[in-house]
Design a protein around this ligand. Structure first.
Ligand SMILES: [Zn+2]
Ligand SMILES: [Zn+2]
Ligand SMILES: [Zn+2]
Length: 327
């Protein structure tokens, strides 16, 4: 078999290259053969060619440190060159990865055609929008699903329960100052009804005073008379009647208040004085609390018909001047 060898210089590195310009297998074989064997083969060729090949094989090919490790293509000139490191071209993607199959890329040595291959990792799934597959209710969670448009894999996730949508509280039993009440509200979606205890009403001092003032105003409105003394005497008598209906006490929170006398049913002379004072206020009088906060008898000091006098809500007396029995 006749072989023609061609010699040329690499434009990149200046290394001498040799090619026979024939089929890849036989060329590779020749190149990797020991120099002696090649010389034998080339002896068949013409004189001119023999000279060239002998020079190349002894000078260059036998000293190559890297030889091709992948088969040469037939369209490429077969080259073997002296290079200690491959000179790679850019990576080229051979197979695009998707979410199921890994891909690959390769790069080729510009000097010897050696190919290096690397794996390309899996891609993320290409999920579409979430679709509700089971709607959440007030109290139970739901399910949503999405699907990969590439491989069809589905993914599920929970949907939080939405919670009740309650309407306003409706009082079903009002609380009093003694007993608790109850109120109810209903979910407009599922009808669930929730009830709650309304705590016992707490009376503030202001509440108590307002309640006592209502009674005092009624008393004031009922009083008739020509002189201040007549009117104040009636008021004192009425408050004394209320006091007589109460338990006399010096314990608790209310005995010294108008609320104690008019509402709660407990009193002391301090409470009677404040109850009468409240009625006097409702009648349009100004008054002073005699012996306020002292451990002694107490009454109202009030000006009637242009004279200072006294009005006592415990015993029901009123008059001009000083209190007849107490100081
Ligand atoms: Zn190479
Ligand atoms: Zn997928
Ligand atoms: Zn509900």
């Amino acid at each position: 078999m006749k072989k023609v060898f061609v010699m040329f210089l690499c434009a990149l590195c200046g290394v001498m290259l040799v090619s026979c310009g024939r089929a890849a297998e036989s060329d590779t074989e020749n190149v990797t053969k020991p120099a002696a064997e090649i010389s034998e083969t080339t002896a068949e060729t013409s004189e001119a060619a023999t000279t060239s090949v002998t020079d190349v094989t002894t000078a260059e090919v036998t000293t190559a440190e890297i030889t091709t490790t992948t088969p040469q293509t037939t369209t490429r000139p077969i080259t073997t060159t002296k290079h200690t490191q491959h000179v790679f071209a850019e990576w080229k993607t051979v197979k695009e990865p998707d979410c199921v199959n890994k891909g690959s890329k390769e790069r080729e040595c510009l000097m010897c055609g050696y190919k290096e291959t690397q794996e390309l990792p899996l891609k993320e799934h290409t999920f579409g929008e979430w679709a509700v597959t089971k709607a959440a209710s007030c109290t139970e969670s739901g399910v949503k699903t999405r699907k990969c448009s590439v491989c069809g894999k589905t993914e599920e996730a929970g949907i939080d329960a939405v919670g009740h949508k309650f309407g306003d509280w409706q009082t079903t039993k009002a609380a009093t100052y003694e007993t608790t009440g109850e109120r109810v509200r209903k979910c407009g979606v599922c009808g669930y009804s929730q009830s709650e205890v309304i705590p016992v009403k707490v009376l503030t001092d202001a509440d108590k005073l307002a309640m006592a003032r209502e009674v005092a105003q009624e008393i004031a409105d009922s009083i008739e008379g020509d002189t201040d003394l007549e009117k104040v005497s009636q008021a004192a008598a009425i408050v004394a009647w209320y006091s007589s209906q109460c338990n006399y006490t010096m314990e608790g929170k209310d005995y010294a208040t108008a609320y104690g006398v008019f509402i709660k049913g407990e009193y002391s002379c301090a409470g009677s004085t404040r109850a009468l004072g409240l009625v006097l206020e409702c009648m349009g009088y100004k008054w002073q609390h005699a012996n306020e906060n002292q451990y002694t008898h107490q009454w109202c000091i009030v000006t009637m018909d242009g004279q200072e006098g006294y009005a006592d809500g415990q015993v029901g007396w009123a008059g001009y001047g000083k209190h007849p029995v107490a100081e």
